[in-house]
Design a protein around this ligand. Structure first.
Ligand SMILES: O=C(O)CCC(=O)C(=O)O
Length: 263
């Protein structure tokens, strides 16, 4: 991962689990129209904000095999960025090249984001396998990949690729006759604004139903004593009781002497 900027983790899902994941993907994708812009893909169907309808996707979002390399790259504390299902249909051309952390105005040498693409179908050179430019996570700002620097991430269904948010990549062209489905899970540093608005998109009742680990990854846990609290308190406390109780009206509950700047 550190040299190439990505690592392929082959065949993490047993056949029955993969079948359940694919069935759920098809249920979510049913009747979803093609995207209406060139980046998402005019022959690609996407479903975003998945936390309220995870079903069999849940073990993929928390899979220890992917969280090892993610934590090694950005540290132990992080949150989900965008979570989406992508179905690249036949006839879809290659996506514009990009690096995911490009949405943040940070220096190129900061690893702010590390992401995972789960292959729900075999990823082949002809069906839209993600194209990556190995080592491009270390390139300076402004350098863009030439076509000869791109390689397809070929992997069997049930595999995952973990890659740096600084890695130049794109979904490839689908020249095959079948759809290429993927579950894409972004992870960003806890003090960055995630691309998905998880709280609003998921809703309080669905957040309550998630596991504590998923709520942490959804960014519900505070990122520090100040960031992400409700009236100075852990949102877990807020979720577990009515928000209008006196303890919430009474406000801050900080360690004594701590200031906003931490000095
Ligand atoms: O679907 C893929 O292979 C990659 C998609 C992607 O990079 C994106 O939409 O940001």
């Amino acid at each position: 991962m550190s040299d190439d900027g990505f690592v392929i983790l082959p065949e993490l899902l047993p056949a029955d689990q993969l079948a359940a994941v694919r069935e759920h993907a098809d249920t979510l994708l049913r009747d979803v129209p093609w995207s209406n812009n060139d980046f998402d893909g005019r022959r690609t169907r996407r479903v975003y904000s998945l936390l309220s309808r995870l079903g069999p996707f849940e073990p993929l979002l928390t899979h220890p095999s992917v969280h090892g390399p993610v934590a090694a790259a950005i540290g132990e504390v992080y949150q989900f960025g965008m979570l989406f299902l992508s179905a690249v249909d036949p006839g879809q051309g290659a996506q514009p090249l990009h690096f995911d952390a490009g949405v943040y105005p940070l220096p190129r040498d900061v690893e702010a984001e590390t992401n995972v693409i789960w292959a729900l179908d075999d990823f082949t050179p002809t069906n839209g396998a993600t194209l990556v430019a190995p080592g491009s996570h270390l390139w300076p700002a402004g350098r863009r990949p030439q076509p000869s620097e791109l390689v397809p991430v070929v992997m069997p269904a049930g595999s995952a690729v973990v890659y740096s948010g600084r890695l130049w990549h794109a979904a490839g062209e689908n020249r095959s006759a079948a759809t290429r489905r993927a579950l894409i899970c972004e992870h960003v540093l806890p003090w960055l604004r995630p691309a998905d608005n998880h709280g609003l998109a998921t809703g309080v009742e669905a957040l309550r139903a998630l596991s504590p680990q998923l709520r942490r990854l959804a960014g519900i846990a505070p990122a520090s004593t100040y960031l992400g609290t409700i009236a100075g308190r852990d949102p877990e406390e807020w979720l577990s009781r009515p928000p209008a109780t006196p303890s919430f009206r009474s406000g801050m509950d900080r360690p004594s002497g701590q200031t906003r700047r931490g000095d």
